[in-house]
Write a protein that binds this ligand. Structure first.
Ligand code: SAM
Length: 304
């Protein structure tokens, strides 16, 4: 008997069905927790890009079970955010919203009654186009949006876990994350397919630069943000050194010089020198065209 397409699904797909997880991705968070003990001491957690909700299920089961054993799960608060609605889960408050919006951050903070989160996770992924560079770029922007919103809601010392595509510009993302977390690790759970470029950054010990004011200013994400980057102050304003080089007496590339005035500071003989190679031989087509246009051919232009 032939195998149906469902039988061909992988072991984690089948395990998810058996154990009642909404998606096989649940195992990615469970395996990350096995490695990094993500849930230790966590009472307030945020699940960004949560639908259909398997990571929220993991958070709900793990955090609430632990607290129930300790006598009650009232202290546990989980907020799940997604553009799409998802079926309710015990102990999980849903926000149908966009993680690139500051209003979403404010709503999360309202649910925690002004208290910061201990853990923020993000399994966000844009709709894949199949164009690898575009997909990597959009994924990176979503990760930066998740980082921005995290800076609004995470407590100092807290943990941020997010999906990352290990593309060619991934080191830039690591550097950006390292500004905010003392430990940044890239991890690939067994349940994440080897053929997939995806991995997860586990960022521990949130410690923003002193004086950092959380903001959502990523002009690549939303051009409507009214942020004047020149007005940013303190650690929010990153300035890199600018160094002009070359002697001020060297040729100015924006000026037009007479072809006869070709004195180079480092040349012994400042007078005009004819080309060493006959330009007509080097570029016959250009020479022919220039002659045809009455421009005197390539001989007209000194070559050095
Ligand atoms: N972790 C989820 C689970 O275990 O069920 C699966 C997440 S799914 C791979 C990616 C989700 O990211 C989608 O549901 C999508 O709607 C959401 N998403 C993408 N961009 C978003 C955005 N800007 N704001 C909120 N959610 C977003």
């Amino acid at each position: 008997m032939g195998r149906s397409s469902k039988d061909k699904r992988d072991i984690y797909y089948r395990l998810a069905k058996e154990e009642g997880w909404r998606a096989r991705s649940a195992f990615k968070l469970l395996q990350l927790d096995q490695e990094f003990s993500l849930f230790t001491g966590v009472n307030r957690a945020v699940d960004l890009c949560a639908a259909p909700g398997s990571w929220s299920q993991v958070l709900s089961r793990k955090l609430r079970e632990r607290e129930e054993k300790a006598g009650g799960a009232e202290g546990v608060k989980i907020v799940a955010v997604d553009l799409q609605a998802m079926a309710p889960l015990p102990g999980v408050t849903q926000i149908q919203g966009d993680i690139t919006k500051v209003s979403t951050a404010q709503e999360i903070i309202r649910h925690f009654e002004g208290q910061p989160a201990d853990l923020v996770v993000c399994d966000g992924a844009p709709d894949v186009t199949g164009l690898h560079d575009v997909d990597e770029y959009i994924q990176a922007q979503l990760l930066l949006a998740a980082l921005n919103i995290t800076t609004h809601v995470l407590k100092p010392g807290g943990t941020f876990v997010a999906k990352i595509f290990r593309g060619k510009d991934v080191t830039l993302l690591y550097s950006q994350l390292k500004i905010f977390f003392s430990t940044v690790t890239c991890s690939k759970p067994r349940s994440s397919r080897n053929s997939s470029i995806e991995a997860f950054v586990v960022c521990q010990n949130y410690c923003p630069p002193e004086g950092y004011v959380p903001n959502m200013s990523n002009p690549l994400l939303d051009q409507t943000y009214d942020v004047d980057f020149n007005q940013l102050e303190g650690p929010n304003r990153v300035i890199v050194p600018f160094l002009a080089c070359g002697d001020l007496s060297a040729f100015d590339s924006d000026r037009t010089y007479s072809l006869q005035v070709r004195r180079l500071a480092d040349r012994d003989d400042p007078s005009y020198q004819p080309p060493e190679e006959d330009p007509e031989t080097v570029c016959p087509q250009i020479h022919e065209k220039m002659t045809e246009l009455g421009l005197g051919g390539l001989h007209h232009f000194p070559h050095r």
